[in-house]
Design a protein around this ligand. Sequence first.
Ligand SMILES: *[C@@H]1O[C@H](CO)[C@@H](O)[C@H](O)[C@H]1NC(C)=O
Ligand SMILES: *[C@@H]1O[C@H](CO)[C@@H](O)[C@H](O)[C@H]1NC(C)=O
Length: 278
Amino acid sequence: MALTAGLSLLTLLALQAAAQEPLYVEIGKNLNLDPKSSETITAITWKHKGNIAAEYIKDNVPLEYLGDLKGRLKLDVTTGILTISNITKSDDGQFTVEVNNRVLPVKFNVVGVKKLVTVEVILRPLTCESETHNCTLSCGEDFKDAEPVQYFWKTGETEEWKEGEKTIRIFSEEEKKLGLRTFTCKAKNKFSEKQSGPLVNPFKNKESSGLSGGAVAGIVIIIILLIVAGGFIYWKFIYVKKNEGFASPRQGDGVKANGDESRALNMPEPGKDANSEL
Ligand SMILES: *[C@@H]1O[C@H](CO)[C@@H](O)[C@H](O)[C@H]1NC(C)=O
Ligand SMILES: *[C@@H]1O[C@H](CO)[C@@H](O)[C@H](O)[C@H]1NC(C)=O
């Protein structure tokens, strides 16, 4: 007798523990809540977070829906199954059911979950480079309404996925030793899984551009070209103009003649301007 009572208590506890588990539903989908009642239903009341959402009492209260969910509910009064269509995040919370004036032990802890759309590795700070001691890599933005989310990271192209945190920290010193490796992450929730593209180690990236022979040669060539171009521009627009415009007092006779010539050439200018204005 005592043993039977003990066992049924255990069963009840196990049922309750199971009932506390969240019931994950994809947002936008429909959900059927089945009370699995073995009795013939004469009265049924469904509650959401303690408030009546649907109620029916045979020969007494016609089937009616109440509250925020009204319009998206459908109750089968024979089976007791409540259907909620187009689940939203605000439908989160506990649903309980009362059949023939008795609260059933079953409880539905609904949690709406959004599907993941895109995932990318986000580097912080943005200026993460060789001089920065450490940087963080985050797998995606804030996945609001998509929780719970699991994260996996992979370094390099051939390595295995390893489950980890949303955000990992990488250290300049360590990464420089490990060489050019990439970081790729994967986010997974109840209804979807998305993988990022590979992010190249930011420390190594900056470092390698400084070391590469080709890059150095390229920079040297660009600098030489800039000097040549600068010299040409100086000669063409500043040096030549200066010598055409007027003579420096320190310059010799030959240059002075040059200066006189340009002054002579400049003389008709005002007159020409006046003519053209008239
Ligand atoms: C589902 O709900 C969302 C907003 O809550 C709405 O934009 C959408 O049109 C609904 N879909 C259907 C099929 O009713
Ligand atoms: C990461 O670097 C910052 C400075 O850039 C420093 O304050 C912080 O302590 C470092 N974190 C770790 C875990 O070394």
